[in-house]
Design a protein around this ligand. Sequence first.
Ligand SMILES: NC(=O)c1ccc[n+]([C@@H]2O[C@H](COP(=O)([O-])OP(=O)(O)OC[C@H]3O[C@@H](n4cnc5c(N)ncnc54)[C@H](OP(=O)(O)O)[C@@H]3O)[C@@H](O)[C@H]2O)c1
Length: 260
Amino acid sequence: MDLGLIGKAAIVTGGSAGIGRAVALRLAQEGARVAICARRAEPLEQAAAGLREDSGGEVLAVPADVSQDGDVRRLVEQAVERFGRLDILVNNAGTSAASPFAEVDDATWQADLDLKLFAAIRTIRLAIPHLAEAGGGSIVNVVNIGAKAPPANSVPTSVSRAAGIALTKALSKELAPQNIRVNAVCIGMIKSDQWVRRATSLGQDLDQYYHAVTRERAIPLGRVGEAEEVGDLVAFLASERGRYITGTAINIDGGSSAMV
Ligand SMILES: NC(=O)c1ccc[n+]([C@@H]2O[C@H](COP(=O)([O-])OP(=O)(O)OC[C@H]3O[C@@H](n4cnc5c(N)ncnc54)[C@H](OP(=O)(O)O)[C@@H]3O)[C@@H](O)[C@H]2O)c1
């Protein structure tokens, strides 16, 4: 299936590792030019070099913290300056932040909302004129399954992510006349660098950690997902093949969520 991504231009936030890197790779392999950002310049540059090598495509690295308005502005400006257009925005940068309500102070709430909600608001606001100028485009917001069915001890993430789904739905209706589609992907448990760091900090072997999580969460498909599997879904949603899909929040969780 030809995704029709050749010549398109994309921004993937948090593209130096994990899910974001896998999304950037799939888009680049399908012929899109991709700008990735992350806070740490060196791993970002290394990731960009690896992505160019693995895809043969054009990959721009822009060091940026998505929770900072000025950084987001620079990211969008540099991507558009390099590629001359923008067709796809993937809001992916983020990290897990789930605690009992009583343990979460205002600063932690604010930091999570800045990282997950305001980052998406600002990137989308800046991207809209460029997506419209390109004749339409696709925005994919990476959220988690807790956004639809928040469990206990899941704040602030579940609340920030629920807001991400509401933003997705509202904008899908508002931007449809400009042929800009807006969708969310709800992540369950996907292998990525954040879990490598978690297993290391617990002194656990990574495979054993993933097996334990699979058991604890009773993941119906019996395994943790691969970042490449999210890359495939996001590339499809961003592509011409997904052109009638907007306003959805698709679970990619091996069947974990109780919600459809
Ligand atoms: N993997 C899962 O099971 C899972 C589950 C639910 C939701 N998610 C969501 O999926 C997204 C990707 O997660 P992941 O597991 O792939 O994470 P990861 O392996 O830790 O990678 C995160 C990426 O985002 C970047 N990043 C983090 N904070 C940033 C910031 N403030 N500004 C710009 N870049 C930033 C990181 O680079 P720097 O550190 O250099 O900035 C890195 O490139 C996140 O939003 C996460 O919450 C993942």
